[in-house]
Design a protein around this ligand. Structure first.
Ligand SMILES: [Cu+2]
Length: 312
């Protein structure tokens, strides 16, 4: 096989990992290639011979417009508010607000926001009106925020994640990124991370939930999974698609204590992971910092292991 062909196939594999939340979310073998998944990737870019893998697979969330779609916040300057109503539209290739969305993990659109220092994470599900205007309820503190709309235009183009800046007026002191840790505490729950954040390969991460020191074996389905994981890269807030390995009711996925995900880290560096899980009727978010390293150098000597408590 010539090298251009190899690049194409490798890039196709990355497309599967990055773009195909629907295909992968519903499939049993998460990152095994299936040709149908190609339609969810940036295939026109990956067809170009000699394109490096990083150029061929730009992570989501870095662009306000992509593939003919544009994310428009009605007011990208906001005042602090505990229950702000932020409205926005997704304009389609014809310039009109998109009103027709495919369902992705139980919802038509996932709206994720975080401050540029990776604090303030919120994952909400806005409501849409007949004109294609979405309304999201957010708790906004002063600072520079990034907003992400993760959606799939029904029956047409691939799933994509658009990102837009949102500024909230007021004094803001940025917080340093917490050190890498394999444990996070949220309320009475402790979540432990196993697996390595490797680049250039499928990264399998398992998050194990315990409450008061006992494994939780009755997690509740949330967004058609036992957990929903978002990863943002430090420095530019690249948004990674992360896919649950299995789903409630598939006959093999247990309701905890472990929840397994697959993703591809596009580069070395620090990432913040946000795990939403539901137990006793409440959705909680556990946060981790991980340091991604190359697959070849990341064997055995993972220094992410420390016992420090999650700072919050
Ligand atoms: Cu969501």
């Amino acid at each position: 096989m010539n090298s251009a062909g190899k690049v194409g196939i490798f890039a196709a594999g990355l497309c599967v990992v990055f773009g195909a939340a629907i295909a992968i979310g519903n499939a049993v073998g998460p990152v095994d290639s299936e040709p149908a998944a190609m339609e969810h990737g940036d295939d026109e870019m990956t067809d170009m011979p000699g394109m490096s893998k990083s150029a061929a697979t730009i992570p989501g969330g870095l662009q306000v417009a992509q593939g003919g779609y544009r994310l428009v916040l009605d007011d990208p300057r906001q005042q602090p508010a505990k229950d702000a109503a932020v409205t926005f539209r997704v304009l389609g290739p014809d310039g009109d607000p998109l009103t027709d969305y495919a369902t992705l993990h139980d919802k038509q659109l996932h709206f994720i926001v975080a401050k540029r220092d990776l604090t303030g994470f919120q994952h909400v599900h806005p409501t849409i009106d007949e004109h294609g205007t979405w309304t999201a309820k957010l708790a906004l503190e002063p600072g520079q925020w990034r907003t992400f709309a993760d959606f799939d235009p029904a029956g047409k183009d691939p799933q994509l994640t658009l990102g837009a800046d949102l500024t909230v007026a007021g004094e803001f002191t940025p917080e340093p990124l917490p050190k890498p840790s394999r444990t996070a505490t949220v309320g009475d729950y402790t979540v432990t991370l196993a697996g390595d954040a490797v680049t250039g390969a499928d990264a399998k991460l398992t998050l194990t939930v315990a409450k008061d020191g006992r494994p939780v074996t009755d997690l509740q389905p949330y967004l058609a999974a036992y957990g929903h994981l978002v990863a943002l890269r430090e420095g530019d807030l690249a948004y990674l698609h992360v896919h649950p390995d299995g789903e409630p009711g598939d006959g093999r996925t247990e309701p905890g204590p472990g929840i397994t995900f697959h993703t591809a880290f596009p580069s070395e560096g620090s990432y913040r992971l946000y795990l939403d899980f539901k137990h006793d009727g409440v959705v909680r978010t556990a946060e981790f910092t991980v340091e991604a390293a190359g697959a070849a150098s990341g064997t055995g000597s993972d220094d992410n292991h420390d016992d420090s408590e999650h700072e919050h």
